[in-house]
Design a protein around this ligand. Structure first.
Ligand SMILES: O=P(O)(O)OC[C@H]1O[C@](O)(CO)[C@@H](O)[C@@H]1O
Length: 558
């Protein structure tokens, strides 16, 4: 790792990027970008920057450069909406990937409660709809009567969000609300003309139109980020102002920190440091890595190249170092005289208010994509797992038998993987090689089964390689693109769990339990068809299975 304080600081518009000049090749890359006039062209929304094949998509995907200005027009409508729905103090956001990750960071950072539903796990859905995480939580009907549901989907056709709409609608009716009363509990954010827009209008729900010129993962400062955050109680005008302050720097050749960030990320990845460890530095922004992860993975992970985002828990967590890893600390409020990165020996540190961070990363990633020669605005490999899921829901689950059962874990693995849980984990990590990564994909309840996330650090410590952790199906809309489209060096640990109390998807011939199982099976198929090593654990008792997995992973290093 380099010394951040020696690596120069690029600061302007409220944002500071430390360490960029110490990254090999970063300065030369920036000079080249400037020689090609990229900052000015990008600020002017030139769609030719990523080559002729990308031009058509880019033409309709550069609105994020100034969408926050148009977002100001939303503020009066948001104020009205907040007043009208003032009695609904439990805000639930249903949306996947770019339709929910930004508002989650905003609300976590501001310390404002927002329940995010981006899963098909029946246990988690029940708990979000009817309460149940907090001991002594109010009875279901009472909670529902205080609930505002934001349905957010750009395409308006995402199966998870459509299923949430169906389940909530039914729950409101079951709680005794008539249809017009139930409709009042929904606010829909979607592109004009989407199928969700027509359904919402038919049901009498409020619709806030999204900006059609902004893709999901670039939509933090559009209605997708702002509507749920405002309803939850955040002063969103402040975020817009922070982006606006940075925006004046984006066309500049000098004094442009977002350009320095993009050039450093692109140069590092082109030079083989293509795993990007992201860590909160503890200075005020909470969970930015979870949002940036989707932006980075879906934008760059295709055509067998890309940058793998590795979100790590703490600055000293395992997996933040390595010859192919670039570590970036992100924070919000660097005090005068404080060490950038919060005292972490990161390679880069990015510091500034949240609105500036959103815009800076949205700018830096297309810049890095140009350096890597990839198109930043599509996600060509996401559809494959979705198609597999649809087929499995119609044709039935694949016939797979566990190789063996150990306690609460059914183990599905190739014969050479061994015959104990510990042996199969050892086999999986032995497949990694010196450029590989391990992706843990847990199709479980991210609150109820939260402990399982601890396996990331344990496996990173044991393998000495980058290990990512994603909740299924949420990650399918994020790192899932990179897994299938990025460099084919991933090894995969898929974890599924028994469903104790399934939940119907109203109007569909399947339950949430079947849907999540089909999503996991569909992605398994997509990964194994590429010949990548995959270990599947099905936990017949979630708590016992998670504990056994954590124990086995912890002992791997011994
Ligand atoms: O907003 P939508 O259309 O529901 O899509 C949700 C997410 O799914 C993806 O389209 C693909 O997985 C993401 O890019 C997007 O953010």
């Amino acid at each position: 790792m380099s010394d951040l304080l020696d690596g120069g600081v690029h600061a302007a518009g409220g944002l500071a990027v430390h360490g960029a000049d110490s990254v090999d090749g970063a300065t030369a890359t920036r000079d080249l970008l400037v020689a090609d006039k990229v900052p000015g062209l990008l600020a002017a929304k030139d769609p030719t920057l990523w080559g002729p094949d990308a031009e058509d998509v880019a033409k309709t995907r550069l609105g994020w450069l100034d969408t926050f200005r148009r977002s100001r027009d939303l503020l009066p409508q948001l104020a009205e909406l907040c007043a009208e729905l003032g009695d609904l103090d439990n805000v639930v956001l249903c949306g996947m990937g770019g339709s929910s990750l930004a508002p989650e960071v905003i609300c976590r950072t501001m310390g404002v409660p927002l329940a995010v539903l981006d899963t098909t796990d029946p246990t988690q859905i029940r708990a979000t709809m009817f309460g149940g995480y907090e001991p002594g939580s109010p009875p279901a009907d009472d909670l529902l009567r205080r609930t505002a549901v934001v349905l957010a989907s750009k395409s308006g056709s995402t199966v998870e969000t459509d299923s949430h709409r169906r389940a909530f609608w039914q729950a409101f009716l079951d709680a005794g609300l008539v249809e017009s009363e139930a409709a009042r509990h929904f606010v829909v954010v979607t592109d004009p003309g989407s199928p969700l827009e027509s359904t919402a209008r038919e049901f009498g729900m409020v619709v806030v139109p999204a900006d059609p010129e902004v893709g999901g993962r670039y939509s933090a400062l559009t209605a997708f980020g702002l509507v749920p955050a405002a309803l939850a109680g955040v002063d969103v005008a402040e975020l817009i102002g922070q982006a606006e302050t940075l925006a004046v720097t984006l066309g500049r050749e000098q004094g442009n920190p977002a350009l320095a960030l993009g050039a450093a990320l692109g140069a590092a990845a082109a030079d083989g440091r293509d795993k990007l460890a992201l860590v909160d530095d503890g200075s005020g922004i909470v969970g930015l890595g979870d949002w940036a992860e989707q932006l980075i993975a879906e934008s760059t992970g295709k055509s067998a190249v890309g940058i793998l985002p590795v979100v790590v828990e703490t600055p000293d967590a395992p997996g933040i170092t390595g010859a192919d890893v670039l570590a970036v600390a992100v924070g919000g409020a660097l005090a005068a005289g404080a060490v950038p990165g919060g005292g972490v020996a990161a390679d880069l540190a990015v510091n500034g208010p949240l609105g500036a961070h959103f815009l800076a990363w949205e700018y830096a990633i297309p810049v890095a994509s140009r350096v890597l020669g990839v198109e930043p605005f599509d996600q060509p490999n996401v559809a494959e797992s979705k198609q597999n899921t649809t087929r499995i829901l119609t044709d039935g689950m694949p016939d797979e038998q566990p190789r063996f059962v150990e306690g609460a874990a059914q183990v599905f693995a190739p014969a050479e993987a061994g015959d104990s849980l510990a042996a199969t984990l050892r086999w999986l990590t032995s497949q990694l090689g010196d450029r590989g990564y391990l992706a843990v994909m847990a199709y479980l309840d991210r609150f109820g089964d939260a402990d399982v996330a601890g396996v990331r650090a344990a496996l990173a410590a044991a393998s000495g390689r980058p290990v990512t952790f994603g909740w299924g199906p949420r990650f399918l809309h994020s790192t899932g693109q990179y897994h299938k489209g990025g460099p084919p060096v991933g090894c995969f640990l898929q974890i599924t769990g028994a469903v104790a109390d399934d939940l119907a998807v109203p109007g569909r011939p399947y339950t949430f339990g079947r849907l999540i199982a089909a999503q996991a099976a569909g992605d398994r198929e997509a990964l194994t068809s590429r010949g990548r090593p995959l270990l599947h654990l099905h936990l017949t008792d979630r708590q016992a299975g998670v504990q056994a997995l954590l124990d086995a992973a912890a002992h791997l290093s011994n």
